[in-house]
Design a protein around this ligand. Structure first.
Ligand code: ZN
Length: 286
């Protein structure tokens, strides 16, 4: 199953079609996408009975105005240094426990956005984003998947100067500027993937003249703390709430790890893709 937020309303996605959930379900499920996660299993059962493409009310996905698929997460959790080769390029040791910070919820945005550069050291981090369904506390690793709604694509945009300001550093501040947590375009349930633990992930920079440079190209099978493990460990401390999102870390190839360092400038576009989910696109302005 795939869901998205279209013009603020929850929709099912199938191929090139979307279907409004509130109207197709006779108001059994609300239009507000934020309300569906607490009823995830019930929703999945209903959605499985719906033929989206063949439905008389199906609309083209192409014309949809997509927003963040989990539009108002109460908690946005970030995990740092979760790929061994990214830890190495950052000059930091491989962590023994997940390195956790928050991206404040007001930084969450949708899949196709314009982002104002708040400084001259804004960097990219392509990330698999886990969306929590029913959630809970003390979730065993064996049943972690049952608490997850699905996966989406995210960019953990980071202003490196602010991130590393002071002692200790200010990860949560450097990563929470307006529009710094773009997500989308859809949430995909784990049963849709041949192997949900092995997904190709990439970032491409498109310069104003159209030149494309692939800067990140990795696979989620390189995660130090895999998704099930992360959900279980996080839930031992934090109650994971329906609709919460977890940025699971980035593969190597960020600008701060380059020699010389390279950061985003106005006019550039960032294209972030994950196999089996889709692509999000951010354009940067001064
Ligand atoms: Zn990150």
């Amino acid at each position: 199953m795939r869901i998205a937020t279209s013009a603020g309303r929850l929709v099912l996605v199938e191929g090139d079609h979307i279907l409004d959930v509130e109207s197709a379900s006779g108001s059994r499920f609300a239009a507000d996408p934020a309300l569906v996660f607490a009823r995830w299993n019930e929703f999945g059962d209903w959605a499985a009975s719906v033929d989206v493409s063949g439905h008389p009310d199906a609309a083209p996905l192409g014309g949809a105005e997509l927003g963040a698929p989990s539009p108002r997460p109460r908690q946005v959790i970030g995990v740092g240094l979760n790929y061994a080769d990214h830890a190495a390029e950052s000059g930091l040791p491989i962590p023994e426990h997940p390195v956790v910070f928050t991206k404040f919820a007001s930084s969450v945005s949708g899949p196709s956005t314009e982002v104002r550069l708040p400084g001259d050291t804004v960097d990219w981090e392509a990330e698999l984003v886990v969306v929590i369904g029913t959630g809970g506390r003390h979730i065993p690793i064996e049943s972690a998947r049952e608490s997850i709604a699905g996966y989406t694509v995210g960019q953990d945009l980071s202003e490196r100067t602010v991130q590393w300001q002071g002692q200790p550093a200010q990860f949560s501040m450097g990563k929470s500027f307006e529009g710094f947590a773009p997500t989308g375009p859809v949430i995909v349930t784990l049963d849709e993937f041949a192997d949900p633990d092995k997904l190709a992930i990439s970032t491409t920079i498109v310069s104003p003249d159209g030149t494309e440079t692939v800067v990140q190209q990795g696979s989620t099978d390189q995660l130090i703390f895999a998704v099930d493990d992360l959900v279980s460990r996080l839930s031992d401390i934090i109650e994971l709430l329906p609709g919460d999102i977890i940025f699971t870390g980035t593969p190597p190839g960020v600008g701060a790890g380059m020699d010389p360092k390279r950061f985003l400038v106005a006019g550039e576009m960032l294209v972030t893709s994950i196999e089996g989910i889709g692509t999000i696109t951010q354009r940067f302005v001064d």
